[in-house]
Design a protein around this ligand. Structure first.
Ligand code: NDP
Length: 287
């Protein structure tokens, strides 16, 4: 008998999670604020609960996947969760996750926080992984059920850690997408077809440049930063042309300008002979 599970939230992601549990043979109870969402789950054997309280009472393992932290509070506050393990996969900040852990401890629950690194169609496939943080024994106890969703990556007892890892990866992703979007805006401003440019040049270039990231990380871990082939003085000087070209092509440079300012700050602070890893230190002093 597989662990009975409850899924709170049947948006695109909650539905994918419920489908994966059902496919693996877990008795699965579902609840959603708006009733009747994702009717295909009924044919797969899901049990619908009328309220979040009924749903939480149905299973020892309660997986929450709602829109934002405030939604989680609305759905869970006031519920008796004695003896339940709540796994919250809703996107959150580390502070929100720690606060949820405290509230749920008061409600009698064990708590794991999670960050899903997948889009819904990836759930249950090898490419998906999910960060978890919270008590390790609780994670190990529920690992077999959680493995059904995606490869679990346990990152520590502090409940805020999964959110920190998640937000770090999303931040990297949006930076990459922002760069690609700006490149495509430049190219299409000259009526060059985007798809060919992407296949022939953008993807190979970005893929080649990604290989410099592990070197950047090694320099951060081991220091000191060595003299770079592509030093910051050269990069800062050349960067002016990125902004000027955007303006001349009628492309909004707002995704580019913060990096130009950071490069100038780095040179002014004496990092002109160093490489891009020196910028990480400057970013860390900004808060
Ligand atoms: P959706 O917008 O598809 O679904 C949102 C869910 O939250 C619905 O179940 C909705 O219920 C519920 N909800 C919203 N407001 C409330 C409220 N006030 N009270 C109760 N329930 C509420 O989002 P996803 O399913 O895509 O995302 C869910 C979580 O998963 C988010 O935190 C998201 O960041 C995260 N995630 C999503 C990914 C994706 O690619 N989709 C990838 C990785 C993480 P109702 O049907 O009643 O509106």
């Amino acid at each position: 008998m597989k662990t009975p599970v409850t899924v709170l939230g049947l948006g695109a992601m909650g539905t994918a999670l419920a489908r994966a549990f059902l496919a693996a043979g877990h008795p699965t109870t579902v609840w959603n604020r708006t009733p009747g969402r994702s009717p295909e789950l009924d044919a797969l054997g899901a049990t619908r609960a009328a309220t979040a309280a009924d749903a939480a009472a149905a299973s020892p393992l309660v997986v929450v996947c709602l829109l934002v932290d405030a939604t989680v509070r609305t759905a869970l506050d006031g519920l008796d969760l004695t003896g339940r393990t709540v796994v919250n996969l809703t996107n959150s900040t580390p502070e929100q996750s720690r606060a949820t852990a405290e509230r749920l401890a008061s409600a009698g629950a064990s708590y794991l926080d999670g960050g899903i690194m997948a889009v819904p169609p990836m759930i249950g496939t090898p490419g998906a992984f999910i960060f978890y943080s919270g008590p390790q024994d609780v994670f190990e106890q529920h690992r077999p059920a959680l493995e059904v969703l995606a490869r679990p990556a346990y990152v520590g007892t502090d409940p805020g850690l999964a959110a920190l890892y998640d937000i770090a990866l999303l931040s990297g992703m949006y930076g990459l997408f922002g760069g690609a979007q700006h490149a495509l805006a430049l190219i299409t401003s000259a009526n060059i077809p985007a798809a060919d440019f992407t296949q022939q040049f953008l993807l190979p270039w970005l893929t080649a440049m990604l290989t410099s990231i592990p070197n950047m990380a090694r320099q951060l871990d081991n220091g000191p930063v060595d003299t770079a082939d592509s030093n910051l003085a050269m990069q800062s000087a050349a960067y002016e042309n990125l902004v000027t070209t955007a303006q001349k092509q009628g492309v909004d440079p707002s995704l580019l300008t913060p990096m130009g300012e950071l490069l100038r700050r780095a040179v002014a602070a004496g990092h002109e002979d160093e490489g891009l890893s020196a910028l990480v230190g400057l970013l860390r002093t900004a808060g």
